[in-house]
Design a protein around this ligand. Structure first.
Ligand code: TYD
Length: 213
């Protein structure tokens, strides 16, 4: 399918400023009278469908105990609904669609960190999305230690739980890099260890380079 619009995905380490940057970018577009060219969405769930939001609730409910493969299928189902109800029609209208997370999150969380396996999760997603690839992915990279510091805000007080988390973030970052190295030309990696204003400037520069704004 040849799209008239552009499909851009934002992924990032926890604490990398992903949500704040998306908010800042919406304000930038509003201030510059460009908001109507853009559509924002986020996963899991769908900003276009209450049914997909129910799947989001199902996935994020800690009471539920699903295998990684079931999780991958649920994420892929909500992803498909989001494509059908929002992303595909908006791209067809020529909009720039910005998605907070996409299949790369499934590759990382269910495929590599979970037990579903990268190959299987890729297959599930190829079918679920009709292999709809983003034009590019912005990835906010962050050292695991900085993720922890930002999330706990306790720079010098690492207790047992937090040091366990460091290992988790090391694995998370490694998994993201495995996905990036698998398809490096898709990714625009941005070092997110700087202040938020500087990070925002870097994002704007990438979007200008890509002729999105
Ligand atoms: P959410 O509360 O939406 O927040 P954020 O994007 O700010 O982290 O949490 C989404 C969680 O779901 C997050 O921990 C990543 C996870 N996730 C997956 O495991 N697989 C996926 O395919 C997606 C889209 C998200």
């Amino acid at each position: 399918m040849k799209n008239k619009g552009k499909f851009i995905v934002i992924e990032g380490m926890d604490g990398s400023g992903k949500s704040t940057i998306i908010k800042m970018f919406k304000k930038y577009l509003l201030d510059n009278n460009k908001l109507d060219k853009f559509v924002f969405t986020r996963e899991p769930g769908s900003t276009f469908s209450k049914e997909a939001e129910k799947i989001r609730d199902l996935i994020l409910d800690n009471e539920n105990d699903f295998s990684s493969t079931v999780d991958a299928l649920l994420f892929a189902t909500s992803r498909r609904i989001n494509l059908e109800k929002g992303i595909w029609p908006e791209l067809e209208k020529g909009k720039v669609v910005i998605s907070d997370r996409y299949w790369h999150s499934s590759f990382v969380y269910q495929g590599i960190l979970g037990k579903a396996g990268l190959k299987e999760v890729k297959k599930i997603n190829q079918i679920a999305t009709k292999n709809t690839k983003p034009n590019f992915v912005i990835f906010f990279d962050l050292e695991p230690q900085i993720s922890i510091e930002r999330l706990t805000n306790l720079r010098n007080h690492m207790d047992r739980l937090e040091s366990m988390n460091v290992n988790y973030y090391i694995k998370l970052r490694k998994a993201y890099w495995e996905v990036i190295n698998d398809n490096p030309s898709t990714f625009r990696v941005i070092d997110a260890s700087c202040q938020i204003d500087e990070l925002f400037e870097k994002v704007i520069n990438v979007l200008k380079d890509e002729k999105v704004i």
